[in-house]
Design a protein around this ligand. Structure first.
Ligand code: NAD
Length: 483
């Protein structure tokens, strides 16, 4: 197993160097509340050094000017080395942020491994350079050229999925990268950067500066950064977009969500509730795309609520390293307090707790646990129905007609994801298409790495995954040829 070990160096210009900043990020195991290890908390001088190294590598053309096919040849062994490490990776992420082991092996490790393979395959078929007949005569060569120096700023909840979705397409496109992982999860970023190092990329093409929000802020305003690729909260995304605007730095933002599961009147209650057991509580509810508003037809409300209560009450909460655990601890005490605060708020707003509720779950004596909670009688105007809670808390809202359901689903500042549950797939597709969100599922929710993922409205800008995710790291350049 990859033990988590103390880290004191950062990767800048191909060298593991001691940072200028003496600050440290202490990472605490959320299940035991014990300090695991620490990693550097980089300051502005470290960011300057990393950006300068990335800039020098990019401007030299040592990677950016190489033909895509050559870059892909260098990157190809990553598929094998990543896949070989998934068991270690899964345990590492569970230790860092408390994701339940069974979910971790699937989504924190196997999924990013699958993403590596998918993105490399898509990149091999991507139209990096096309020749088109010009509308005014002659030929136009349309090229996808690297956007430049990319700063990747990432969250703790699915740390590898979001890192791979940025760093790999950026490298394929010919960019240089400065990666700043979340302060809660620096260690899996080291794990990934060490795999990249083994590929023999030129010095300065990949740089690693762990740190907190201030490290991210230093990257966002840095004149040497051409593009920020960010995943995290909507509040931080807004700040980053504003920091990028004066210099027109490119920015892509994968932000928060409050996704609606629209349950149609022909859906089977038991099957729907069983599907939502995963789609709403995945990663202990700490998932941007979690289906957290369940919209049920008023005529069958009690059947759906009863089925959901049975699922929520039987969720296994506890030690995240135990393979039977479905809901682990919240990532930090701050996050635990936030989720617990929303449970209290829901009660104060007049929603009814029908499963779970305030307080600690039975069982674990330590760790930042909350009880998986189901609220019924939720009004669309309540804060628990509008704000992202980011924990195992589910709200049931009822509706009269499908038009009503669509209106309630769309009555949200967010538009990241959603789902429709029905016995009729065609009807499900039609209703899903009316929801203003970036990814939806009929009778399930799950992302597809070959198709674009991202948000409408306050859920973000731009797309990751699929060919669209590769294009986030290019500028389009048209060269007209005459004669
Ligand atoms: P966060 O916004 O607090 O932090 C995310 C990253 O940004 C961290 O690395 C943090 O250090 C850095 N950061 C924070 N403030 C910053 C600032 N002002 N300038 C620059 N960098 C800054 O988010 P989090 O708590 O780590 O993650 C949870 C959030 O991420 C949730 O809102 C969730 O919905 C969202 N998320 C979205 C997606 C998606 O694909 N849409 C995926 C995962 C998580």
């Amino acid at each position: 197993m990859t033990a988590i070990s103390e880290r004191r160096r950062i990767l800048v210009g191909g060298q593991w160097t001691t940072p200028v900043s003496s600050g440290l990020l202490g990472v605490v195991d959320p299940a035991t509340e014990e300090l695991l290890a620490s990693a550097p908390d980089c300051g502005a001088a470290d960011v300057d050094a990393a950006v300068a190294a990335a800039r020098a590598a990019f401007d030299s053309g040592v990677w950016s000017d190489r033909p895509v096919a050559e870059r892909l040849e260098v990157l190809a062994p990553l598929a094998g080395s990543y896949a070989a490490g998934v068991d270690d990776l899964s345990r590492l992420v569970t230790a860092e942020m408390g994701s339940p082991a069974t979910f971790s092996s699937l989504a924190q490790a196997a999924a990013p491994a699958h993403m590596v393979t998918t993105l490399l395959e898509l990149a091999a078929q991507h139209p990096w350079e096309e020749r088109r007949p010009s509308a005014t005569g002659g030929t136009t060569v349309v090229r996808r050229v690297p956007v430049g120096v990319v700063a990747a700023i990432t969250p703790w909840n699915i740390p590898q999925v979001v890192i791979v979705a940025k760093v790999l397409p950026a490298l394929v496109a010919g960019c240089s990268v400065v990666l700043k992982p979340a302060p809660e999860t620096p260690f899996d970023a080291y794990w990934f950067v060490e795999l990249l190092e083994d590929l023999g990329l030129p010095s300065g093409v990949v740089n690693l500066v762990p740190g907190g929000p201030d490290t991210g802020r230093a990257l966002a305003v840095h004149p040497g950064v051409d593009k920020i690729a960010f995943t995290g909260s909507t509040a931080a995304g807004r700040e980053i977009a504003l920091a990028c605007a004066p210099r027109f730095a490119r920015v892509s933002l994968e932000l928060g969500g409050k996704s609606a599961a629209v349950v149609l009147d022909d859906a089977d209650p038991a099957r729907t509730a069983a599907g939502l057991r995963f789609a709403s509580f995945l990663n202990s509810g700490q998932a941007c795309a979690a289906q957290t508003r369940v919209l049920v037809p008023r005529s069958r409300r009690s059947e759906f609520v009863d089925a959901l209560v049975a699922e929520v009450e039987s969720l296994v909460v506890g030690d995240p390293t135990d393979p039977v655990t479905e809901v682990g601890p919240m990532v930090t005490s701050r996050q635990r307090d936030r989720v617990a605060g929303y449970v209290e708020l829901g009660l104060a707003e007049g929603a009814r707790v029908v499963a779970g509720g305030p307080g600690r779950p039975d069982g674990p004596e330590r760790g930042w646990f909350v009880r998986p909670t189901l609220f019924d009688g939720v009004d669309p105007g309540m804060r628990v129905a509008r704000e992202e809670i980011f924990g195992p808390v589910l709200c049931v809202l009822d509706y009269d007609t499908v038009d009503d359901a669509v209106r309630i689903a769309n009555d949200s500042p967010y538009g990241l994801a959603g789902s429709v549950w029905t016995a009729d797939r065609a009807r499900g597709l039609e209703v899903a298409g009316r929801v203003r969100a970036g990814t939806l599922g009929v009778n399930h929710y799950g992302a597809d790495f070959a198709s674009p993922f991202g948000g409408f409205k306050a859920s973000g800008l731009g797309r990751e995954y699929g060919p669209e995710g590769l294009d986030e790291f290019v500028e389009f350049q048209s060269i007209g040829l005459l004669g």
